[in-house]
Ligand binder design. Structure first.
Ligand SMILES: Nc1ncnc2c1ncn2[C@@H]1O[C@H](COP(=O)(O)OP(=O)(O)OP(=O)(O)O)[C@@H](O)[C@H]1O
Ligand SMILES: [Mg+2]
Length: 352
């Protein structure tokens, strides 16, 4: 039954009770029949007027309830409109405020879901392209060898190019697996394998892996370590992956014959790893975005500097997993500094 009908029924029943009571009272009062009928008529009239006035005063309440019901229905069609009930009773206004809060939360979740769906289809489209490029290059080179287009003397060089393309594919696959593990664990990633590491040994292994790419671009890497830091308790694998990504970028986005500086300093209970380059630098408006998944400043996927825009996204996440933080400071056209700050007490969250 509708609320309005319930109200009318309740007015009618209360009027009936009043009329019956008045009728019995009149009979005890020795009044003439005419006066009795008059009093009954006045009572009925008063009740009708009372009911009409009550319904008139409640019209805003009925209107607000209808509005609320309509707005609730359109949520199904993903229309997240807020409701404003100015003349409604206080309780309904509070209900409208709660409703609006719920609508905001629903709209936020819906937008986040839509964005994540969009991100996923972008990821598939871009990675499809990144995977197809080296595979097409390898396929063309194999066909060229099979058709005898490539001279025997050039085969070694072609094989080297093929090995480079395969390396790109392997690196991309590794990154993808890392992103997939991170996102499956809602960005927390696998547990840290904390251990005491000796920095000199750690850096020796790390820097050895860059010998080839630095030589190719005639770049130098200068190392500066604060004598106070000899050991550190952290997840060696994660630290290695962050610094590898940073040094790789420093080399990739800098010209030939430039210098890259890796500086390790101790400040209070923190250790700071900074990677400085003399490269292209990053515009202020791009600085916050480079840590986003798939973001690349240079939109064209140039095979020379080609990457997928996953390196910094993974690195920032790994830094957070180590309870640390990764930041950038850059001067466009001059170079960049990427700073990784870790706590010497890794269990403690890093204050902002
Ligand atoms: N040292 C740097 N100097 C200038 N630009 C940089 C530097 N490091 C990163 N960038 C910019 O930030 C973008 C994102 O870097 P990120 O490492 O995430 O991806 P990528 O290098 O393009 O690909 P990959 O996934 O192979 O690392 C790069 O495309 C580049 O435009
Ligand atoms: Mg990179």
């Amino acid at each position: 039954m509708k609320l309005r009908d319930m109200m009318i029924l309740s007015f009618l029943s209360s009027s009936l009770v009043v009329i019956v009571i008045v009728w019995f009272s009149i009979r005890k009062m020795y009044l003439t029949d005419q006066d009795g009928y008059l009093i009954i008529a006045i009572t009925i009239l008063a009740n009708i007027l009372g009911a009409a006035l009550g319904l008139f005063l409640l019209r805003n309440t009925f209107h607000s309830l209808n509005k609320l019901s309509k707005q609730t229905k359109v949520i199904k069609e993903n229309q997240f409109t807020k409701i404003h009930l100015q003349h409604a009773p206080k309780e309904l206004q509070t209900l409208a405020e709660d409703f609006n809060e719920m609508v905001t939360a629903l709209a936020d979740s819906f937008n986040a879901l839509e964005k994540s769906e969009q991100d996923k289809s972008n990821l598939v489209a871009q990675l499809g392209h990144d995977i197809k490029t080296p595979i097409t290059a390898i396929k063309n080179q194999i066909e060229a060898i099979q058709d005898g287009i490539i001279a025997k003397s050039e085969i070694d060089q072609t094989l080297n190019q093929m090995a480079y393309q395969i390396e790109r594919l392997t690196a991309l696959t590794k990154q993808l697996m890392e992103v997939s593990i991170m996102e499956k664990n809602s960005l927390k990633g696998p547990q840290n394998k904390e251990q005491k590491i000796w920095l000199d040994q750690f850096l020796l292994t790390l820097l050895a892996s860059f010998e080839y790419i630095l030589k190719k671009k005639k770049q130098q890497l200068k190392l500066e370590i604060d004598a106070k830091v000899t050991t550190l308790i952290t997840d060696e694998g994660k630290l290695n992956r962050i610094l590898t990504n940073l040094i790789e970028n420093a080399s990739k986005y800098s010209g030939e014959q430039t210098t890259i500086y890796l500086k390790i300093t101790a400040v209070a209970d923190r250790v700071i790893f900074s990677v400085t380059d003399e490269g292209s630098g990053i515009r202020p408006e791009d600085q916050a975005k480079i840590f986003d998944r798939l973001y690349r400043v240079e939109k064209s996927r140039n095979p020379e500097t080609g990457g997928s825009g996953l390196g910094l996204y993974i690195s920032k996440n790994l830094a957070e997993q180590l309870n640390g933080r990764l930041e950038v400071e850059s001067d466009f056209g001059k170079g960049s500094i990427f700073r990784l700050t870790l706590s010497t007490e890794p269990e403690k969250a890093m204050p902002v």
